[in-house]
Design a protein around this ligand. Structure first.
Ligand code: GLV
Ligand code: GLV
Length: 324
């Protein structure tokens, strides 16, 4: 019988067009409802192929329930920490993902979030609107400046770190430093970044931006030990995954003035409950995981995920396949 593609959520038009026009005998059944797909619907819907999002957990439980028919998982995301690679490998299931096409959008948002946080833009807009302006005051709303600063990048293995550094360079950065599992001289040469141990990264960075993937090694890597070494004038930015940060430790660091401010595009959980203490802090800017959210990038991601899936269906190499 015909392979069935299950698309877990309404996706951008370019992706749907490719699936619909593939000429393959596949039935596309997608969840168009507004709230994220419920586990039961996902389980009922999956047959052979699944086109999923980073909000769908593809783990042991789901694989067990689907049985042996699942052959291809295509995630419309660069991150794949929501997918159990071990489980896929065990079952010979192939995994497509969407690196590269979102790099520009993510880098642009990272810069926007960095400037919003360091120049206190949300706070300033509120003050202007709500009567706090009063008069021009020399010491009011002072933030932190990029020119002559040291920028630290945590994780240079993924292309996002370089893309962020390239965009920051024209601001007159004094020095780029980075930490990773090991030095990455070829990548670092592109931005003249110096490899340093994590504690030096924390100590020297005026701006510390997290660009690493979430793995067992990076889980909660940004914790009280790291924050305690950072400058009280430093700005912390995370556009990778919430799990790399211990949020309780970050909260303490922000409240106690161990660091100046934080800008987060990712949290644990997502969405972050509206009554979360981090939302109460003026020196914490929280975005709802929108780094790749431009129309052109989301369409490119949707199309790449569709092409990955169709290539997998035909038994061909995927345009972007993760080697398991
Ligand atoms: C975004 O966070 C992605 O993984 O695509
Ligand atoms: C700023 O607007 C200044 O005139 O100093």
């Amino acid at each position: 019988h015909l392979p069935k593609i299950y698309v877990t959520r309404k996706i951008p038009a370019d992706g749907m067009k490719i699936l619909n026009q593939s000429g393959l005998h596949c039935s596309c059944k997608s969840w168009m409802g507004h709230p994220p797909i419920y586990r039961e619907s996902l389980l009922k819907g999956i047959r052979n192929l699944i086109y999923c999002l980073l909000s769908d957990k593809i783990n042991k439980y789901i694989n067990k329930s689907i049985g042996p028919n699942l052959k291809i998982v295509s995630t419309m995301s660069v991150g794949y920490d929501h997918v159990s690679l071990e489980e896929l490998k065990k079952r010979g299931i192939r995994l497509g993902y969407t690196p590269d096409v979102l790099t520009d959008a993510v880098a642009e948002l990272t810069i926007a979030l960095l400037l919003t946080t360091s120049r206190r833009l949300i706070e300033a807009v509120d003050e202007a609107k709500n009567g706090g302006w009063g008069t021009w005051k020399p010491l009011w709303m002072c933030g932190y400046q990029l020119s002559q600063s040291t920028v630290g990048i945590l994780g240079l293995g993924r292309i996002e770190g370089v893309a962020v550094a390239e965009r920051l360079k024209p601001f007159g950065i004094k020095k780029f430093i980075y930490s990773d599992i090991a030095p990455l001289p070829e990548i670092a040469a592109k931005i003249q970044a110096e490899y340093v141990p994590l504690d030096v990264l924390a100590r020297e960075s005026d701006f510390l931006t997290v660009c690493c993937a979430l793995t067992p090694e990076t889980q909660s890597i940004c914790n009280k030990h790291l924050f305690s070494k950072m400058k009280p004038t430093s700005v912390f930015i995370n556009t990778s995954r919430g799990g790399v940060v211990n949020q309780d430790d970050l909260y303490q660091a922000l409240v106690s003035g161990q660091i100046a401010a934080a800008g987060l595009d990712v949290t644990v959980p997502e969405p972050l409950p509206t009554d979360h203490p981090l939302f109460k802090l003026k020196n914490c800017v929280i975005l709802p995981h929108i780094a790749s959210a431009t129309l052109s990038t989301r369409n490119a991601m949707a199309a790449l995920a569709a092409n990955n899936l169709l290539a997998g269906l035909k038994g061909e190499p995927m345009p972007k396949e993760l080697r398991l």
